[in-house]
Ligand binder design. Structure first.
Ligand code: COA
Length: 145
């Protein structure tokens, strides 16, 4: 039987170290994303989620809504050893629930192009051409809630 994925939501301006650990490992160490980009000072105005399996921290993401009606899904990351086991889907389903709770009608994200199909499976559509962000090709994708 697959292990249960527990996704916890943090609505606090205190730093969530578990989320930072995953982002450091996946983006800063795994993808050479600059620290200053990854830890951009915007966590305090965000809702963070942390996914755990058997109490081990395996994934994270962030929700922000600087623009009324639109929720930005950011910093979606699953530790390499746990990819392909449904953790990303569980995180994104929680993002949908947060978006509804926060009253936004659109979710928007900057997808690394290798993850475009992952987001498509979760109901997102590509709405931009490819552009570079921290030397990684991205597209903007949106989902209507
Ligand atoms: N390309 C195509 N399909 C993918 C995919 C990919 N890169 N990653 C996952 N999928 C598919 C799965 O096969 C699964 O399909 P199914 O429901 O038909 O079986 C579905 O998407 C859900 O997969 P899941 O196991 O929940 O995804 P994951 O836990 O592996 O998380 C990422 C996906 C992209 C978040 C993860 O690979 C990751 O953290 N990558 C590194 C960081 C990163 O690039 N983040 C995205 C920044 S925009």
């Amino acid at each position: 039987m697959p292990a249960e994925i527990d996704v916890e939501v943090y609505r606090t301006d205190k730093p969530i170290h578990a989320a930072h650990e995953v982002r450091r490992s996946v983006f800063v160490e795994g993808q050479d994303v600059p620290e200053a980009h990854e830890f951009d000072g915007n966590d305090q105005e965000a809702i963070l989620v942390v996914a755990r399996v058997n109490n081990e921290v395996v994934g994270t993401a962030r929700f922000r809504s600087p623009e009324p009606g639109v929720g930005n899904v950011e910093k979606v990351a699953v530790r390499e050893a746990h990819r392909g086991t449904g953790v990303g889907r569980a995180i994104m389903e929680r993002m949908d629930a947060i978006g509804r709770e926060e009253g936004v009608s659109t979710l928007s994200l900057h997808a690394q192009t290798h993850a475009e199909e992952f987001y498509e499976k979760l109901g997102y559509e590509t709405v931009s051409d490819v552009y570079m962000q921290v030397d990684i090709p991205h597209v903007t994708m949106e989902k209507q809630l």
